[in-house]
Design a binder for this molecule. Sequence first.
Ligand code: ADP
Ligand code: ZN
Ligand code: ZN
Length: 813
Amino acid sequence: MKLYADVVLPLPLAGLYTYSIPTEFQNTISEGSRVIVQFGKKKFYTAIVVKLYQPKELLSSIKDVLSTLEDYPIVTRSQLDFWEWVSFYYMCSLGEVYRAALPSALKLESETYVFLNSSFEGEEPLSEKEKNVFYLLSSSKGSSISELEKQAKLSNVIPVVKSLVDKGAAFINENIENSYSAKTLSAVRLARSYSDEELNAILDDLSRAKKQQHLLTVFLYISENTDVVKKKQLLEKAETSSSVLAELVKKDILHLYDYEISRFDYGETNIDSAHELNEYQQEAYNKIQKSFETKDVTLLYGVTSSGKTEIYIQLIKEIISTGKQVLYLLPEIALTAQITNRLKSVFGNKLAVYHSKFNDNERAETWNKLLLDDSVQVILGARSAVFLPFRNLGLVIVDEEHESSYKQQDPAPRYNARNASIVLAGMQSAKVLLGTATPSIETYYNAQEGRYGLVELTKRYENIELPQVEVVNIKELRRKKQMKTFLSPPLIQKVETALSKKEQVILFQNRRGFSSMLECKTCSWVPRCLHCDVSLTYHKGQRMMVCHYCGATYSVPSECPECQTPTLDTLGYGTERVEEEVLEIFPDVSVARMDLDTTRGKKAYENIISKFEDGETELLIGTQMVTKGLDFDNVSVVGVLNADNLLNYPDFRAYEKAYQLMTQVSGRAGRKNKRGLVVLQTSHPSHAIINFVKRNDYASFYKMQLEERHLFRYPPYYRLINIVLRSRDERQVEAAALRFTQSLKQSLGDRVLGPGKPPVSRVQSLYIRNILLKIENNASIRKVRETIEYYQNLISSDPAFKSILLYYDVDPV
Ligand code: ADP
Ligand code: ZN
Ligand code: ZN
């Protein structure tokens, strides 16, 4: 009996490739199995079997599968279905989904790099072939699989590498030395060992600092029974804040240190250590359960610091007690550290964490664990965790559901993990809980329309009031010549007061790496597009203003059309300049900065965050990174340095993002002990969005946005598909985009906009053109895709457009 397999290769190729299966492997291969195949001249890949069948007729020149890697499928049938949906909906190839879904250690190919594990002890004996390859490996310099093939004079070395990896003798892509080992815990110890007399003297000395004295007493009490006094546990027991601890550290009585815990060993499960829900949280919890009886997706709309995480923990407890699994998604790796600690203390070894800062071997380990045993029931992860092999998913939690970082921008698949996880959950009959303090317009719309359930939580934990928002008119202050720095005098004064009371401060400045825009220094006028509701982007090189959306271009006026003064100027300053200025104003304050530039290192986020938690840093300056779900307990003042940057961002979602960012960053203020203060600097103090933020008036904000979205044909009423064409040849891309647009218009009419030139119209020496489609929500997705693909084929097969690269961005954010 002849058996054929259609396989997917980890390459951006359309379609599947057929190989025949030699009889020796027929019993071990099934759908979802990994097989080694040759593709192209001398390249070997790990492919995944998508379909297995007996051919109706024998085909000639079909290559054999070379070998298998294990006798069970590494990808489940339901994963393959999910991959197919992602490839269909996000308009990319199945191979691209496969590439994104599997950790590299599981998709060995000729280009994969292999390293020696220098600490390998050889508990399991190596076969002759394995030894042969093992002695070729080095721990510092990787060898590619194709190099190893040549050196070992073996024709197919992938299975050998695989078993070396399994035995712990080799690593894929990274050597262990630079792997992610962030699993440390902040712990507290005495600065040195003291005699009892010395300790008594210290305690006496502290009699005027009652809180510190109490903290030290509690520390001594705990340390009698344990070697490691965890900082968190100490503060909880002493019911005090980290600033009190910071004082004792400053006096050199206590020391903080990092306590290493093993990466995968999260310790005992301790379900009862979860906090009990308060009355409002319990009520919300009950409503969520009730909602799940009739709805697959429910939105938990709870103000910042209302205890959403506590509710998630209770839901997780409930689900895993029935034997099911929970996927807990977070938009940023930066957030996983804090939440990991909270979940770990409750779920111990039932928890696994999965994101791209773990190395390939570790990710493969988690994959196999989920596939092969039932011990892990809770997976905390960033967006790629939707691709893990869940077998029994009961609940997906999407925390901070409004975050645009759930969308993958590059490379394909350009999927939105929030939306994809809803489909994934549907395939496994699991429920989805979307949580946020600032729902996205789309999600709230779905809730209003009854497609999603809606549960609200309007009170902060312990009834702490939402922060007071003070709007500072910087335009007015500038006019009065009082803006000597980026920080207005009222903000400086509030910061001073907070710092003198040992409270902490966050200053937020959003400066994206985008070309600056123009603003009139006199009247704050900002140029906007005539055809779209967005501000224009200033192109210094071209001396032009461009609309990000429709591609319209405008010349730069020599004077401001509003006030007739020639004071148009570029606008913008970044966090680095802010830091410099803050250090000039407050030379004795310990300042840290959190933005892309300062967080490149693997542990950088955690270091910045934990120093701020410990009170070692007093003032934190940051980009939107500081806005996202972090839970600090001693921040009393938050300053937003320039709200106008957010409002003038050239995008139809600018107001939505601005509202969310400002509300979220405000939410970092006054979380635990008392009401916080937010100072919002703006040149437009009466701007509608500023007022919504000030009043925490989501309802009015939503209403206004919905009207605009309807008027200008945007989500949630319309779906957007952005078609991106690129080429080294500008004339070719121009012509192709024009032709594509014209043919699409024949079928889709005025749903087609463009072609347009993006503001950054050449990237990596490729010229770019965009075509934007606005499709009614109720239109058939399949039909629209077919139409687009039909015309795409015409373009792709035209030799005049040989150089054109094309991709789709479905539901761009
Ligand atoms: P959110 O996720 O809504 O911003 P969190 O779940 O982070 O809010 O809660 C804010 C803070 O309040 C956290 O430090 C959390 O531990 C504490 N908290 C919330 N609910 C409770 C509770 N029921 N018992 C004890 N602490 C709680
Ligand atoms: Zn002006
Ligand atoms: Zn426009």
